[in-house]
Design a protein. Structure first.
Length: 492
């Protein structure tokens, strides 16, 4: 009697998405009393999962596979987390077949299994395969079975045997010992960052760009239309260090969640430049299922807001907390998820509504009231989160007409690589007395907030590192304050 009961249950390990992370789910199946042949589900099964009962029944009957003659209970643990998505079909189908001894239970013990089943037995791709594969490796799984179309994406994870199959019959063959075919390889690199040599002149903008790249500082550029603000911003990723293997997979997985699949692994820091008409969900994330927005797609890279005052002020204010914490929390329809958002913010704006205030050759036509209204579109708390502000004036004619290119990204990166290493345990305030006195004067003169003070100190330390020094000098602080003083014009 005990042996008979032992053959009436099965366990399958699978995964579901929860924001940018994957939750391990243990599917427990057992036969219950009665002859109604129902599939009873427990464990907060979502709509797509509840509908899978009829898909799986039709698929197994069409394939000529035996169904249990009694009802069965399928429990998805842990029971307090909603089970959303289409990836539970295949593990549920194989678990049912294990109950009727058409699948060896031991073959299911070391595998993670996901996939959607079609009525004719084909497997349809699922969303977030790279995220699921990373979670399976972290949980110690050695094999990961999933639909064929998701194989290239999941195969980016080392240390995990990927079993990409096209049909449920092929899945049964693999579980019986037949080797799974090797999925095609995914492209291993993304687009090469743009070269700084394309920018002519703009010495102050280039200097600010290098400081921002070395210290990871937020940068705001102001200048008339067409002076090169966007060109400078687009070349910042080329000055940043390439992503580590772990970070590259993390960023690639985020992009896969948003686009439905990973076409290539992201090796360089991403650059995202949303238009000012973007919705709140497009910027921060949302939808059903909840997908990351532009803020999270710029994770470990650059988020560029061109024409920054044209963005709705309420939309800009949503950036304040993520910029401090490096992540964003979303609550939609009773679900709360979290996406990473460790970005370097770069903003660009005109000095006034017409764009020509302070232009050496063109006059400004803006009234004082329109100028004040334009500058109020960016709040003081958001401006306080920028570390560097720089004017980007119109370049001179000789720099535009010359055939000589500017300094390349490679040359600038050599200079950055020669910088002094960061001091992780550096004191909050420099010990040099002259620097401290100058800092006291700056706090009174510029009304620096505590956040602004610490960000100014951080920029001064970056400038010191750039000249190869470990200690901050007064000249470093003065340059940092000159960049900080650029905010006064934007906030008047």
């Amino acid at each position: 009697m005990k042996n008979s009961q032992a053959h009436k249950d099965a366990r399958v390990h699978t995964y579901c998405l929860h924001g940018s992370r994957a939750q391990e789910v243990e599917l427990e199946l057992q036969l219950t009393g009665g002859l109604m042949q129902r599939i009873i589900m427990s464990g907060l099964a979502g709509g797509a999962l509840r509908e899978s009962r009829e898909r799986i029944r039709g698929c197994l009957e069409r394939a000529g596979l035996q169904l249990p003659k009694r009802s069965l209970l399928a429990n998805f643990a842990p029971a307090d987390i909603p089970k959303q998505g289409n990836g539970f079909d295949l593990p549920l189908a194989l678990g049912i077949l294990a109950l009727t001894e058409q699948v060896n239970r031991a073959a299911l013990s070391d595998r993670a299994i996901v996939g959607e089943v079609a009525l004719d037995g084909r497997l349809r791709p699922i969303r977030g395969a790279l995220t699921l594969a990373l979670a399976a490796r972290q949980a110690g799984r050695t094999r990961f079975m999933l639909p064929w179309e998701n194989g290239p994406e999941a195969s980016l994870v080392d240390g995990l045997k990927i079993e990409a199959v096209r049909t449920i019959q092929q899945a049964l063959d693999v579980l019986s010992g037949t080797p799974a075919p090797e999925p095609p390889a995914t492209s291993q690199s993304d687009a090469t960052p743009l070269d700084l040599a394309d920018v002519r002149g703009q010495a102050s903008g280039r200097r600010a760009l290098e400081i921002a790249a070395l210290g990871g500082h937020n940068l705001l550029m102001s200048g008339p239309p067409g002076t090169g603000k966007t060109m400078l911003a687009q070349r910042l990723p080329g000055l940043l260090n390439p992503l580590t293997e772990e970070n590259a997979l993390e960023v690639s997985a985020l992009h896969g969640l948003a686009s439905g699949g990973v076409s290539c692994i992201v090796r360089h820091p991403p650059f995202r430049a949303p238009h000012h008409t973007i919705s709140r969900g497009g910027l921060t994330g949302g939808g059903n299922p909840i997908t990351p927005g532009e803020l999270s797609l710029a994770h470990r890279g650059v988020l560029f807001l061109d024409e920054m005052p044209e963005f709705p002020r309420m939309l800009l204010e949503t950036l304040r907390q993520p910029l401090e914490e490096g992540k964003i929390r979303l609550a939609r329809a009773g679900r709360a998820v979290e996406f990473p958002a460790r970005v370097q913010l770069v903003g660009a704006m005109n000095p006034c509504p017409c764009g020509y205030r302070g232009h050496p050759r063109r006059g400004c036509r803006c009234s004082p009231s329109s100028l004040a209204q334009y500058r109020r579109r960016i709040s003081g708390p958001l401006l306080d989160r920028f570390d560097l502000a720089v004017d980007v004036p119109p370049p001179e004619a000789d720099s535009l007409l010359t055939s000589k290119k500017g300094e390349s990204t490679a040359a600038a990166r050599l200079r950055l690589s020669a910088a002094a290493p960061a001091q992780p345990n550096a004191p909050a305030v420099p010990k040099n007395r002259r620097v401290r006195r100058r800092l006291e004067q700056a706090i009174a003169t510029f009304a620096l907030s505590p956040r602004g003070m610490h960000r100014t100190i951080a920029v001064a330390r970056t400038i010191a590192r750039l000249r190869g020094a470990e200690e901050t000098d007064i000249s470093d602080l003065d340059e940092a304050l000159s960049f900080r003083n650029g905010f006064s014009g934007a906030s008047e």
